[in-house]
Design a protein around this ligand. Structure first.
Ligand code: SF4
Length: 447
């Protein structure tokens, strides 16, 4: 079905593309036929129109906020052999490590010490070492010993009962990438191990919902197969679970395949150039305007900064992709090569320079604005109402606790501007009062 959609959209009239982009400005999403038409855009003028529309939608739904997080790798031990991954079983060059309890706490404290409040917990798949018990006890240790307020978790597919345990441990978003939606490519890339079961992976989100997790993130690893096929299939997947459970994806990640030490490939099978990458992000923004788009440090600083305007709403910063990396960086233990090596404070300064406001907010999850409740209010474009004030408050706390003099100056000017943009006078006054409370030392204030 997806192939015929791509085929029939190939010679679509210029006028139709313009009509689709006009419709996209309503921020109500696009259907698959419309997405297929946009994926076929090659003409520069139309590409620019696509980018302009994505900027408009991003600004209308998300405003100027950019949410920040850091990954925490608890283990690089893995029984799978995914050809594209540095953690794969046959990579004998990799320094293997599963963090001890103490090391997990230390890593989380290092991340917290940068100013983060949100972690993405990740590990390889090893039924003995990285099972659900390892994950839930890691979560418990972090919540108990640090001020990290939200732990999102990216794991291998699990049973319903195991997802229930993640839910009880206080999971934020459950993240799982299908990697590729092409069954043949999937088989080739995942030759052995538990991950070689395509169907068990694609149904993981159903089991997570069954266990009561209503906040999920998806993604395709761009570069394994034709990106048009992947984007359309990923959106089909999202539509299917949205139809069943009334909740679409909270986030879509856009990892672009990068070489890794000891990977099993000679080259990237379907490289995605920067221009196509920008197109993909813009199209996701229009197709699912209420879904956050996550960009990792796989991409260069310049490109990451540019993509903020096109639709990216969450970025990792100051990241290490090996277990123990925040304390001691061992590059022979990395999952992939990082391109953006800037510290969190450097990234914050650039975000401010570009007029965006960094957010360390974790309020929705703590106020139970997740799943259907979140979607309802996100789809109405009401994210601004709480999110802009929460971004201002959490950034203020970050500046006071972690900012140096120059970041403080830059951030304070930005906060002044962002305050003026709050339309509701009552809310504006309330935020001003809360800012004074923060200056006096109060913390963890949010709406
Ligand atoms: S992608 Fe995940 S499952 Fe595959 S080898 Fe890497 S860590 Fe293991």
């Amino acid at each position: 079905m997806v192939l015929s959609l791509i085929e029939s959209a190939r010679n679509v009239e210029r006028r139709s593309v313009e009509d689709i982009l006009f419709k996209a400005r309503e921020c109500r999403g696009l259907n698959l036929e419309e997405v297929a038409c946009l994926l076929n855009i090659e003409d520069e003028e139309q590409l620019n129109l696509l980018y302009e529309t994505a900027k408009y939608v991003k600004n209308r739904v998300y405003g100027k906020r950019v949410v920040l997080f850091a990954p925490l790798y608890t283990s690089n031990e893995c029984t799978n052999n995914c050809l594209y991954c540095g953690f794969r079983r046959d990579n004998k060059e990799l320094h293997r490590k599963t963090l001890t309890k103490e090391e997990i706490i230390n890593e989380a404290k290092e991340i917290e010490g940068q100013g983060h409040k949100r972690i993405l917990l990740i590990c390889g798949e090893d039924p003995q070492k990285t099972n659900v018990k390892h994950i839930t006890s890691s979560m418990e240790l972090i919540y108990k010993n640090t001020n990290i307020k939200r732990i999102n978790v990216e794991t291998a597919p699990m049973k319903v009962e195991e997802y229930r345990q993640l839910k009880e441990a206080g999971i934020g978003t459950y993240v799982i990438f299908q990697e590729t939606y092409n069954r043949e490519v999937y088989k080739k890339m995942h030759p052995v191990g538990l991950k070689s079961d395509y169907d068990y992976r694609i149904t993981a989100i159903d089991r997570a919902f069954e266990a009561g997790i209503d906040d999920v993130g998806v993604g395709a690893l761009l570069g394994l197969y034709d990106y048009k096929y992947e984007v359309l299939n990923l959106l089909t997947h999202c539509m299917s679970f949205e139809k069943k459970y009334g909740v679409g994806p909270h986030t879509i990640s856009v990892p672009r395949l990068r070489p890794a030490l000891g990977w099993g490939l000679k080259e990237i099978p379907y490289p995605v150039c920067d221009s196509d990458f920008k197109k993909i992000i813009s199209i996701y923004r229009l197709a699912v305007p209420y879904t956050g788009i996550i960009l990792s440090t796989r991409e260069s600083p310049e490109l990451r900064d540019e993509l903020l305007s096109l639709g990216v709403s969450q970025i990792s910063a100051g990241s290490k992709t090996n277990p123990g990396g925040y304390k001691e960086n061992d590059q022979k233990a990395d999952q992939f090569e990082v391109s953006d090596h800037r510290s969190l404070s450097k990234v914050l300064a650039t975000i401010c320079d570009k007029g965006y406001i960094p957010s360390f907010c974790t309020a929705c999850y703590r106020r139970c604005r997740t799943g259907e409740a979140f979607m309802e209010y996100a789809k109405e474009g009401e994210i601004h109402e709480f999110c802009q004030p929460n971004a201002i408050l959490t950034f203020k706390e970050n500046l006071l606790d972690y900012g140096d003099q120059s970041l403080n100056k830059l951030g304070s000017e930005l906060i002044e501007k962002a305050l003026e943009e709050i339309q509701d006078d009552k809310m504006k006054e309330l935020v001003k009062e809360k800012l004074i409370e923060i200056e006096k030392g109060k913390r963890d204030i949010y709406f």
